[in-house]
Design a protein around this ligand. Structure first.
Ligand code: UDP
Ligand code: MG
Length: 241
């Protein structure tokens, strides 16, 4: 693949052997709908199951597939950042590997990015297909996140997102940053539109987070984001001739 594609789709995958084949067929069909050039950058986050083998084999079949491997499991934010570094598209989309986000939604969101004049589109899982406890947890998380960081975002952590490339070039990331992407983009002066998207239950494989490793970490990170937002350097400078 020598020419830069229009769209890069970045997908983090950690021990997702059950979903990889379906993921690849659905992603291919969905992105062909768009009628633009594309690449799919799958970041294997140090998987220890059959994910690496399945992805290596798939590379022979799908010319648009690029495979980035993290040497060891480093977390979803690291996987996204690595994917962003390797992505070459002028538009960058993201989804999770487990197909809880519908790849079929991507063309619609990319078109909205082109027509609505925003820098980023953030998916909003308005009707979430998760357990009642998980839905409650997410509602509380967004409520507290908005209150403490002065935001009005309905679903900050939905992985279905589409960015113009400049949103991500040089963005500050940290372990856990994937839950705060709209805020991290907005604090750089860019605009974000939230759009309701379909959401499905996890049909195979296992969820990687529980209450402890999500809620407590996300709260600590929120305090950091709140500080960062209040101290973020934003200015325009030019040399006077
Ligand atoms: N993931 C990852 N590294 C990790 C944990 C998760 O790359 O250390 C990936 C995982 O394979 C999936 C996505 O991040 O594609 C979201 O994970 P999961 O579906 O378990 O999270 P949830 O949907 O419960 O938020
Ligand atoms: Mg999931």
């Amino acid at each position: 693949m020598s020419e830069k594609p229009y769209l890069s789709l970045v997908i983090p995958a950690y021990n997702e052997q059950e979903v990889i084949p379906t993921l690849l067929t659905r992603v291919e069909a969905a992105l062909k709908e768009l009628g633009r050039t594309f690449e799919v950058v799958i970041v294997d986050d140090g998987s220890t199951d059959d994910t690496p083998r399945l992805l290596c084999e798939a590379k022979g079949k799908y010319p648009w597939l690029r495979l980035i491997r993290l040497a060891r499991n480093s977390g979803q934010s690291a996987a996204f950042q690595a994917g962003f570094r390797f992505a070459r598209g002028e538009v960058i989309a993201t989804i999770d590997a487990d197909l809880q986000n519908d790849p079929e939604e991507i063309p619609r969101l990319v078109k909205l990015l082109e027509t609505e004049g925003y820098d980023m589109i953030n998916g909003w899982r308005k009707d979430r297909n998760d357990t009642a406890f998980r839905r409650w947890q997410s509602r509380q998380a967004n409520r507290i996140r908005n209150k403490l960081s002065g935001e009005t975002i309905n679903d900050s952590a939905c992985s279905l997102k589409v960015y113009k490339r400049h949103c991500l070039d040089g963005i500050f990331m940290f372990n856990g940053a994937h839950r705060f992407m709209p805020t991290l983009v907005k604090m750089r002066g860019y605009t974000v539109l939230e759009v309701p998207v379909k959401h499905s239950h996890r049909f195979a494989g296992t969820a990687k987070y529980g209450f402890r490793n999500r809620a407590l970490r996300a709260f600590k990170d929120l305090l950091g984001v709140r500080w960062l937002k209040s101290r973020y350097l934003r200015y325009e400078a030019s040399e006077v001739e």
